[in-house]
Structure formats: structure tokens, C-alpha cells
Design a protein around this ligand. Structure first.
Ligand code: DGT
Ligand code: CA
Ligand code: CA
Ligand code: ZN
Length: 573
């Protein structure tokens, strides 16, 4: 059911090892050229469109840019043993808490090195030092850094050990794929927060039916991806996967599959509400089924909901946010589906910081069944992202015109313009006017405060050329809390100026989130769901964008990229 490319996973694993090595070398005070080389190799491998393992098998590792013999040795070791002794040895010399320090937003190896020199060895000690005002006394740090560090620590605490939805789906897809190879597995479904498409996932829950539960459990605990078995019984098991995530498997009889799927999909709050409802009808609902004095239903979710007197409720809506009330009245909205989406309005190409050409992006989008795409490369003066100026935009336009004659998909020329700290757009109006679609977004000064950031966005919305506000809050789920915004004002402005708010489907963004989607559509405003893809593989993250929109109860008509091209463009006017 999930169609991810497992190829990237391997490349990312290897890149992660190399990034970690680079960080540790830097923390240990090694020479700059050494750790920079590891970091560069990691960047290259991460972006490869071929599986690093295949490249290795073909004996072509030397051809990969930036991979010299020393680094190649570490890559080979990892590919062959799934371990890196070199990395493990590097870690041995450091106190165990260095990892949590390094994971903090705004903290890189350079600062960790500094902390360790000052005998600050873990998060707790860092927090204590910051609270005691000791960090500001370190010459290179200062008061502002100390304050930022305290904020990062708060954020890290809230986040806990959770995985991004996009990445958890990849993993779950691999596990489901493995399990399906076992002929004893009949039905199989992910459940839990993963099925509800929550933005982060605590653990992966999978349910199956089988006539031979023992055999399935045995197979599950011995899968390649499993690092250790946490618990194992006749019909269920919990394992620790190699990336540290937990996965739970439960084997169920056919008769209970629907009620168990409901139970383990949750949310807990939704389940509790349903159970109360059952009781009020003199019934009892549990994972084993719906009962009066006898078994009433349990085989399928549809049947259980029906016997409770409810419409079927989509997993993404099961959050106890009013869905049960509506289901009682038969008034649930029909939420948008992945195959309603016929275009993607935000993606990058090699013209700015993307990994694939415009043509490659277009062909990949065509394969996904899209009718149109918008290449929205960075424009203006953002130097890091290789932003396009007026001249290069003209050249890009020519390329897009040619491709539009050649390909069976419409390519729009857009641009993603930065909203500067002072609220002005990083590109002149005459240039913006020539683009088919203009996206504006915050990339810097996110900590400017609610009032200023809201003003920055509203200012951009008032520019008649701006069509879409991309990833409005600018948050990165695993690194940085977004800018505080007054969403009410922004939604009002969306209504007034017809500027569309985006759901950006990058796994670490999912921005807007579900709650803001719901607020937006309840005010009668439309949204766009875009991948912000920087490579062809990332186009597939549309599914988590759609998942987020579904969690916000968006219907097909609320989403502009479900409309035919002409209508969509009119909606942007
Ligand atoms: P996660 O893993 O933290 O991202 O969130 P979930 O929702 O996947 O939670 P998890 O894995 O602890 O449990 C899976 C589902 O099982 C959960 O969504 C609802 C159900 N469940 C778990 N514990 C309870 C409980 O104590 N009461 C009820 N009613 N349901 C529960
Ligand atoms: Ca779970
Ligand atoms: Ca679980
Ligand atoms: Zn972008």
C-alpha cells in the first residue's frame, strides 16, 4: 500500500554513518580537511539516485564523487557488516551523553567540543549550566546563545524519541513487504499513529491474520531489520529495529480483525468515546468485538461502526475532535484522497538546490499520474540555495517552454521567494509578475516573534503577485520550532486576498499542520498540498501531505491541486 523506494533508505543509512563520523572527528579536534571530507562524501551519497549497495557490487564505489579509498573502506565495512567499527571506536572515547548534546537544535560538533572541554557531558549538565548563567561566561557563546540553548532543550524534551511519519512509513512499508513474503500471513495492516498519519510516530503497530500465529511471530522476530526482541508471546511480539524504533506485531483471528484494527488504530481518545457509546446502547466494545449478550460484530471495521449506528470514520479523523458526533448524524465530510490530487505546485530542480533536472521532475510527475506541475525554484538573493535571478529565470523559462512542447504534462514556471526579515520580498515585482505562480516563504529570522512574523506573512499576502504561502510556520519537526504566528489573522488575509496556504509535505515540515488545515478550510479558504520535492524520489511524499490534509478534514474541493489546470489557475487569481 505504501509505494516508497527502499533504495534511498540504504543511501541514507550510509550517509548517516559518514555524517556521524565527521561530527565525531570534529568533536575530537581532528584536522578540518579530514572531517570535511567525510561530510562531503555523506552529502553526495545521500543524494545518489542509485543504491549505494548496487554501486558497490558493481565495483564502482571509487567513481562516486568525494569517496576516496579511506572513506570507501568505511562504506564497504558498513555495507557488509551493517556496522562501523571505526565509528564505534570514535564513540568509545566520548561520554555517553554527547549524542543528546549534538541532537540539539543549533548545536553542532564545534559547540559540543567546547562543552566537553568545560566538563559539560550531557543534556542535564548543559541545562543546569545554562540555568545558572554559566554558559554566557564562555567567551564564544554569550547570553543570547545561552537563551537559545535553553529553548532547544525545552523543545528536545517535548519531542521525545519519535520518528517522522514519512520515515516511519518507509520502514513500515519494508516490514509489511517482508511479512507479506511469508505465506502464513493473510491480511495485514499497519495500525496506530502511523495509520492515522500523525506527524510523528512513537512505535510501529502492525496487525495480521493467520492460521499459524506462532510461525508468523517467529518469522517476524527473525527479520533482517530486527536488532533485538523486546517481548515475544504466542500471538504477539515487540522488537527493536536496527534504527532504534520499536515495532509491535499482533496476530488475530479473522473474526476479531476489524475490532482489533479499530482498537489498535486508536486514537485512545476516539476508542474511549466509542466504548461509551456502546455502553449507552447496552453493548460492549473491545478489541475482541462488539457484544450485546452475544457477538454482534468484529470481522471488519465497517461492520463495527455500522452496528454502533455510525458512518465509517477514516483513520485520519479518529482523534476525538467531533468526528463521532458527525458520524452519528451521517454528516462526515468526504475527505480528500491521494488520487484526487492531479498536480504538485512546489518542487525544485537543478536550477536551484534540487537534485534533478526540470525534465526529470516532469517525467517522474507524469508517472505519478499528474496533469501539471510547478517548478518553484528559489529565486532572489538567497545565496545558499543557489537562487535564480531575473536573467537565469528567463533562461529557465525557455527551457520550460521547450519541454512543454515535448512532454505530455504541463510545466508551470513558479518561484519560491524569501520573505526577508524586514518583511520585503527578495525579488522585484516586475520579475514576479512574469512567473505563473509565486510562492513566498519564511526561511530566516523565525524567532522574530509572533507579531513581526505575522506581519511579514501578511505583507507577502498583500503583494498581488504572491499566490501561495509555502510552509507558513517554517518549522522543522525534528530540529526547530517554527515561527509563532497569529493564524487567525493569516487565515482572514487568505480569505481577503485569495492567497493560498500550503501544506508542505516534506517529512520534517508537514507545515501547515492538521489543526491549521482545519481552521483554514472552516473559514472557507482553500489549501495547496505540495511536496517541495528536491529530487524525483521526494515527489512521493505527497501521501503524507494528503494525510495531513485529511487529518484537517479537507475535502477534494478544498484543495486547489485537485482542480483541472484552468480552474486551478483561476482559483489563484
Ligand atoms: P504512538 O505509537 O505513540 O505514535 O501512538 P499510537 O496511537 O500508535 O499508540 P500505541 O502504539 O501506544 O497504541 C496503539 C493503539 O492502541 C492506540 O492508538 C490506541 C490503542 N491503545 C493503546 N493503549 C490503549 C489504552 O490504554 N486504551 C485504549 N482505549 N486504547 C489503547
Ligand atoms: Ca504506535
Ligand atoms: Ca505500539
Ligand atoms: Zn521549496
Amino acid at each position: 500500500m505504501f509505494t516508497y523506494n527502499v533504495i534511498i533508505m540504504k543511501n541514507q543509512e550510509v550517509a548517516k554513518i559518514l555524517y556521524d563520523i565527521a561530527d565525531l572527528l570534529e568533536i575530537k579536534g581532528e584536522l578540518v580537511f579530514k572531517f570535511v571530507a567525510y561530510r562531503r562524501a555523506a552529502q553526495v551519497i545521500e543524494a545518489l539516485s542509485r543504491d549505494i549497495e548496487d554501486i558497490y557490487k558493481d565495483g564502482k564505489l571509487d567513481d562516486v564523487n568525494g569517496v576516496g579509498p579511506g572513506i570507501a573502506k568505511k562504506v564497504v565495512e558498513y555495507l557488509e557488516t551493517e556496522r562501523s567499527k571505526y565509528l564505534e571506536d570514535l564513540k568509545k572515547g566520548l561520554p555517553p551523553g554527547f549524542g543528546e548534546l549534538l541532537a540539539l537544535e543549533g548545536i553542532g560538533p564545534k559547540k559540543v567540543k567546547l562543552f566537553l572541554e568545560k566538563k559539560i557531558k550531557n543534556l542535564k549538565e548543559l541545562e543546569a549550566a545554562a540555568k545558572a548563567g554559566k554558559l554566557r561566561k564562555i567567551p564564544t557563546l554569550g547570553e543570547k546563545t545561552e537563551k537559545n540553548i535553553l529553548q532547544s532543550i525545552e523543545y528536545a524534551k517535548k519531542r521525545g524519541g519519535r520518528m517522522l511519519l514519512g520515515h516511519a512509513l518507509l520502514l513500515a512499508d519494508e516490514i509489511v513487504g517482508e511479512l507479506k513474503k511469508n505465506k502464513n500471513v493473510i491480511k495485514i495492516n499497519p495500525a496506530g499513529s502511523l495509520r492515522r498519519m500523525k506527524e510523528t510516530i512513537g512505535d510501529i503497530d502492525i496487525l495480521v491474520t493467520s492460521a499459524k500465529p506462532g510461525a508468523v511471530i517467529d518469522y517476524f522476530t527473525k527479520m533482517e531489520n530486527v536488532a533485538s526482541v523486546i517481548a515475544q508471546g504466542p500471538t504477539k511480539a515487540s522488537v527493536r529495529l536496527k534504527n532504534g524504533m520499536q515495532a509491535d506485531l499482533r496476530v488475530l483471528p479473522e473474526k476479531e480483525y476489524g475490532s482489533a484494527l479499530m482498537y489498535f488504530t486508536g486514537s485512545k481518545e476516539h476508542n474511549i468515546e466509542l466504548r461509551k457509546m456502546a455502553i449507552s446502547q447496552k453493548m460492549k466494545l473491545s478489541e475482541y468485538g462488539l457484544f450485546s449478550n452475544k457477538f454482534v460484530a468484529g470481522r471488519s471495521e465497517e461492520e463495527v461502526y455500522r452496528k454502533l449506528g455510525l458512518q465509517y470514520i477514516e483513520p485520519e479523523m479518529r482523534e476525538s475532535r467531533g468526528e463521532i458526533e458527525l458520524a452519528k448524524k451521517g454528516k462526515l465530510p468526504k475527505i480528500v484522497r491521494q488520487d484526487d490530487v492531479i498536480g504538485d505546485l512546489h518542487m525544485h530542480s537543478t536550477w536551484s538546490d534540487g537534485k534533478n533536472t526540470v525534465e526529470e521532475m516532469a517525467l517522474a510527475a507524469k508517472k505519478l499520474g499528474y496533469e501539471y506541475i510547478c517548478i518553484a525554484d528559489h529565486i532572489g538573493h538567497l545565496t545558499i540555495a543557489n537562487a535564480l535571478d531575473k536573467k537565469r529565470l528567463e533562461k529557465q523559462r525557455k527551457e520550460i517552454d521547450l519541454l512543454n512542447k515535448k512532454l505530455d504534462i504541463v510545466i508551470l514556471q513558479g518561484g519560491e521567494v524569501d520573505i526577508r526579515a524586514d518583511g520585503r520580498l527578495d525579488m522585484d515585482n516586475q520579475t514576479l509578475e512574469k512567473l505563473d505562480i509565486v510562492l513566498a516563504s519564511l526561511h530566516s529570522s523565525l524567532k522574530a516573534g509572533e507579531e513581526r512574523n505575522t506581519k511579514r506573512i501578511i505583507g507577502a499576502m498583500e503583494n498581488p503577485h504572491v499566490d501561495i504561502i509555502a510552509h507558513p510556520s517554517g518549522r522543522l519537526i525534528d530540529q526547530r520550532e517554527g515561527s509563532l504566528l497569529n493564524m487567525e489573522k493569516i487565515i482572514d488575509k487568505s480569505k481577503e486576498t485569495n492567497t493560498i496556504l500550503e501544506v508542505d509535505a516534506q517529512p520534517n515540515r508537514l507545515d501547515m499542520n492538521d489543526v491549521n488545515v482545519r481552521a483554514t478550510i472552516e473559514h472557507g479558504c482553500k489549501i495547496a498540498i505540495d511536496t517541495d520535492a528536491h529530487s524525483v524520489d521526494q515527489l512521493r511524499f505527497m501521501n503524507i501531505g494528503v494525510g495531513t490534509a485529511r487529518r484537517g478534514w479537507a475535502t477534494k474541493k478544498d484543495v486547489i491541486n485537485t482542480y483541472k489546470l484552468d480552474k486551478m489557475m483561476k482559483l489563484l487569481k
